[in-house]
Design a protein around this ligand. Structure first.
Ligand code: G16
Length: 541
C-alpha cells in the first residue's frame, strides 16, 4: 500500500447546491476534480479518521470509477472501514439508514438524483454526516472554502475493490466490506410497516404498480414488493438499474413518469401507483384516476400514519418546505400538533427530526420521509400508502376525497423555467424582491395580499439562520405565489414559480384550470414569459 500526495491546483466552482455537488459528467471527469472535492470533505470531517464510512451511489454512468477513487482516498486518509453497496448501488435513504444502523461516522452518496445520466448527463456527490443527514450548510460552506484552497490530495492507488462480490477484505489499514444493497433497508421497512397486512391485501387481488424508471430502486422494489409482499412481478416496471437510466429522466412526476400516469388513468389501473427517482429518495403517488400532489400526500400520510405499526403512537409534529402547499397545516391544526415551515432542502428537517419535534416531513419536489432516516425516502412513502390502504380498507380516491372534504383542496403547481442565463434569472428575482414591500395591501386577482417577503428561517434547535430562501406573495390562507431559484440544476439557472390556491367550494377541478387565474396574476406580477422569452414554462409539475 502506498499513500501518494498529489499536488493539485484547487477548483473554484465546487460549492454544493441544495443537495451536494452536481455537475456535468465531463466537468466531473476532469483530472483531480472529484479528488479535490473528496479531499475537501475528508479535511473538514476529521471524525472519519479511524472510523467507518458508507459509500454507494445511484448506479449512474461513472459511478463505479468514482467509488474506486473514493475508496482509494479513504485508505490514504486514515479511514478504517468502508461499507459499500454491492455493484456500487445504494439508494440515498438506504445509505442514510446504513450510517445510522452501522454507527458510521459519515457517508458519500454518489448521485445527481433525478438529473439525466450518461456521458452527456450529470454526476453528483454529497456527504452525509453521522446520524445519516445531509451535511448542514455550515459544513458544506467549509468544504467549499477548503476546495478553493486545496494544494494536495491523498490517494492510495494500490487499493482495489471488487464491487460485485459481497464480502470483506483488508487492504493495509482499511477494511473494505461490500454488502448487499437492500438487506438492511428491507429489514428496517419490515419494522415500520405491517407486512402481513399488506400481503393479505395484495392476496385479495389489490395491486401496487411501481415504476423504478431504470434507476436505483428496482432491486429494492423487487425484493420488498415482489419477494416479501407478493406483488406481481409484472407490476414492477423498469426495474433494471441502467447507467443511463434507459435514456430517460428519472424524475417521478406527471411529465417524466408519463407511462405510469397513463396506466393509472386506464381501465386496468392498480390500486396504488408509484414511481421513484434516480437515487430513490423521491416518490410520486397515484390512485386509479387520481394524482396525489406531494403536498397532499404529506398531509394524508400525516393524518393516517398511526395505522402503520412503526407510527402507532401517532405523529408529534409535521414539517414542510416553504413552497410546499399548506395542506399539512390543516392536518396539524386539526390534530393539535406543530407544523414547521423550513427552507427548501431536506437538511433543514434534520434538526427537527433529531430533536423529536416532528415525525413526518415533506416537500413539493416529490419528497416525503420520517424519523426513520435523515433523507427523504421514496419506497417508504409507497409502503406507507400501501399499509394505510390495507389497514383502512379504503381506496386511495376515498382517502383523498375525504381529506379534501374535511380540509378543502390545495390546488398546487410548479412551473419551471430551465437553463436560463444566470443574469436573467437573477434580474427577475431582484426585481420582484424590490417590489415586495409595495405589494402588501394590494388586491391581486380579487385576493388581498397579506404578506410579501423573502423567506428566512431560524433553526429552532441550533439557532442557525438561512436567508434568501425564496420570495413569497401570500394572500392569506387562500393563495400564494412563490418564486425561487433552483439549487440543483447544472445547466444555467432554473426559476421555479409555485402556485397554490386553496378552495373549499370546488374539490374536483382540473388543477391547471383551478390555478389559471393565479397563474395570470403571477404573469402580470413577474412577467416571466416575456422576460425569459419563453411562451410557457419548460416543465409543469
Ligand atoms: C434535492 C433536495 C430537496 C429539494 C430538491 C429540489 O432533492 O434534497 O430537499 O427539494 O433538491 O431543490 P431545488 O428546488 O433547489 O432544485 P434531490 O431529490 O434532487 O436530491
Amino acid at each position: 500500500m502506498t499513500t501518494q500526495e498529489i499536488p493539485v491546483t484547487a477548483f473554484s466552482d465546487q460549492r454544493p447546491g441544495t443537495a451536494g455537488l452536481r455537475k456535468k459528467v465531463a466537468l466531473m471527469q476532469q483530472p483531480h476534480y472529484l479528488a479535490n472535492f473528496v479531499q475537501s470533505i475528508f479535511d473538514c470531517a476529521p471524525e472519519l479518521r479511524g472510523n467507518t464510512l458508507i459509500i454507494g451511489g445511484d448506479g449512474r454512468y461513472w459511478n463505479r470509477d468514482a467509488i474506486t477513487t473514493c475508496v482509494q482516498m479513504a485508505a490514504a486518509n486514515g479511514i478504517s472501514r468502508v461499507l459499500i453497496g454491492q455493484g456500487g448501488l445504494l439508494s440515498t435513504p438506504a445509505a442514510s439508514n446504513l450510517i445510522r444502523q452501522r454507527g458510521a461516522a459519515g457517508g458519500l452518496v454518489l448521485t445527481a438524483s433525478h438529473n439525466p445520466a450518461g456521458p452527456d448527463g450529470d454526476f453528483g456527490i454529497k456527504y452525509n454526516i453521522a446520524g445519516g443527514g445531509q451535511a448542514p450548510e455550515a459544513l458544506t460552506e467549509r468544504i467549499f472554502e477548503t476546495s478553493k484552497a486545496l494544494t494536495r490530495y491523498r490517494i492510495d492507488p494500490d487499493v482495489q475493490v471488487d464491487l460485485d462480490r459481497v464480502g470483506t477484505s483488508q487492504q493495509g489499514t482499511l477494511a473494505i466490506e461490500v454488502i448487499d444493497s437492500v438487506d438492511d433497508y428491507a429489514a428496517q421497512m419490515a419494522t415500520l410497516f405491517d407486512f402481513e397486512r399488506i400481503r393479505a391485501w395484495l392476496r385479495q387481488g389489490h395491486r401496487v404498480r411501481f415504476d423504478a424508471l431504470h434507476a436505483v430502486t428496482g432491486p429494492y422494489a423487487r425484493r420488498i414488493l415482489v419477494e416479501q409482499l407478493g406483488a406481481a412481478e409484472s407490476d414492477i416496471v423498469n426495474a433494471e438499474p441502467l447507467e443511463d437510466f434507459g435514456g430517460g429522466h428519472p424524475d417521478p412526476n406527471l411529465i417524466y413518469a408519463a407511462d405510469l400516469v397513463a396506466a393509472m388513468n386506464g381501465p386496468d389501473a392498480a390500486d396504488l401507483g408509484a414511481a421513484s427517482d434516480g437515487d430513490g429518495d423521491r416518490n410520486m403517488i397515484l390512485g386509479p384516476g387520481v394524482f396525489v400532489s406531494p403536498g397532499d400526500s404529506l398531509a394524508m400520510l400525516a393524518d393516517n400514519l398511526h395505522l402503520c405499526p412503526g407510527y402507532a403512537d401517532g405523529v408529534v409534529g409535521i414539517a414542510r418546505s416553504m413552497p410546499t402547499c399548506r395542506a399539512a397545516d390543516h392536518v396539524a391544526r386539526r390534530r393539535g400538533i406543530a407544523i414547521h415551515e423550513t427552507p427548501t432542502g431536506w437538511k433543514f428537517f434534520c434538526n427537527l427530526l433529531d430533536a423529536g419535534h416532528i415525525t413526518v416531513c415533506g416537500e413539493e419536489s416529490f419528497g416525503t420521509g420520517s424519523t426513520h432516516v435523515r433523507e427523504k425516502d421514496g419506497l417508504w412513502a409507497v409502503l406507507a400508502w400501501a399499509n394505510i390502504l390495507a389497514a383502512s380498507g379504503r381506496s386511495l380516491p376515498e382517502i383523498a376525497t375525504a381529506h379534501w372534504q374535511r380540509c378543502g383542496r390545495h390546488y398546487f403547481q410548479r412551473h419551471d423555467y430551465e437553463g436560463l442565463p444566470a443574469e436573467t434569472a437573477d434580474g427577475i428575482v431582484e426585481d420582484l424582491r424590490a417590489r415586495l414591500p409595495t405589494l402588501v395591501g394590494q388586491t391581486l386577482g380579487g385576493l388581498g395580499v397579506t404578506a410579501a417577503d423573502d423567506f428566512a428561517y431560524t433553526d429552532p434547535i441550533d439557532g442557525s439562520r438561512a436567508t434568501g430562501q425564496g420570495l413569497r406573495v401570500v394572500m392569506g390562507d387562500a393563495a400564494r405565489i412563490v418564486l425561487r431559484k433552483s439549487g440543483t440544476g447544472t445547466d444555467g439557472a432554473t426559476l421555479r414559480l409555485y402556485l397554490e390556491h386553496w378552495r373549499q367550494d370546488a374539490l374536483d377541478l382540473d388543477p391547471a384550470a383551478a390555478l389559471a387565474p393565479l397563474a395570470a396574476v403571477a404573469d402580470t406580477l413577474i412577467d416571466l414569459r416575456q422576460r425569459t422569452g419563453r411562451a410557457k414554462p419548460d416543465v409543469v409539475t
